[in-house]
Design a protein around this ligand. Sequence first.
Ligand code: ZN
Length: 458
Amino acid sequence: MRYLLGLIVIALLVAGGLFVYAGRLPGPSIQIDKPTKYVGQTGTVEVAITAPQARFSAFQVAFEQNGKQTPLVSLAQPGDAEIKQEAPDRVRITKTIDRKVIPDLKSGPARIVVTAERPVLRGVRKTQSTATHDVTVRLERPTVAVLSTKHYINLGGSEMIVYRATPADVESGVQVGDLTYPGYPASGAKIEGVHITDPNVKVAFFALRWDQDVNTPMHAYAKDEAGNTARAEFDHLAFPKPFKKSTIPITDTFINKALPWIYDNTTEITSTGDPLQDFLQANGKLRQLNAQKIASYAHETSPDILWGGVVFHPFTNSAVEAAFADNRTYVYNGKDVDRQTHLGFDLARVVNSPVVAANRGKVLHAGPLGIYGNCIILDHGMGVQSLYGHLSSIAVKVGDTVEKEQEMGKSGMTGMAGGDHLHFTMLVNGQMVNPVEWWDQHWIQDRIIRKLREASGS
Ligand SMILES: [Zn+2]
């Protein structure tokens, strides 16, 4: 009897100990992924909750502002929130918030509050945890209004816009189809007769890519950190441009001359051992990787116009061997083996001719660049850049400032080149564009300087 009593006491102590222990077990772990900092006119709350086997006895996500809590979603009332089990032990809750969901939503500080509870000790006890995340609500929309007029854009060409966006630090620019072109403060337009000090006035250079539809929609936009957006249409006319077709015969002599340099100076691709496959790999995959690398230099652009508004050097003393956006078919042993678009001008003079800077700028790249051989990329500011390919030697280094028509090296045939020539192209925010426009004083005057002078009221 005494023995039995002893057993009961021990069993009760064990059960009591377990009960206390279970109550101290950690609750579910909570991670508030969104919003990170701001909530705009509309926002997304995204929360991940983790517990063994994703078993929860309760959870709730709430929005708290000015002392008032608005429940957004709970296990009992999921509403229209998306609740997804994304791992064996984790659920992800996503809920869109706006003034319909939170009628009292106001600009100012707010907090996301999440509580979650899981069963322990076979459901006899529950253990809870809470997480909070402070955010700022910003309901004021940015504004954008276009100041410049008469925008004409050729397929594969460039254009420029002057607009006003508020607040002054809002991200803004031009959207052309799925491509965006950032705007820069107009105070950086350092051109004679141009003087714009209003910090809300911006300038954006943009392009209609050679492979976009001529009717691609375009507009100016502004977007703040809270995700609030504004857009403005602008008057514009886009013109189709016929691009030439050409045939390039590929011989073993060419392959044996051009490819070793490319493979020796490239880490992105390695030789397959087969001459034709090596050519196709360089002409296709490497061409694409090179384009990505070239586009990445857009992030290093200066916010100032570095070239003073003078026309770009037109290389008129050279023979034009290929023009912008020529559609090339490559023929090997009588068979069509590849197709690529040539996004630049091929300009030939004599072997080892001086290669000069098309305009004033800063050297961003000076060295091997895949199919472009020894290559220089110059920044002219506000996303406008120029590229010089196939050089035999380079006499400038990254960071140098070069003046218009300053010699930067000698022409050659490094990279994908059948003979000594300069491959030249212009870039707008990383997109290759037709240089012909930049070589035309009238175009520079009408597309760029006119609009800037009109905006400065002179
Ligand atoms: Zn070329």
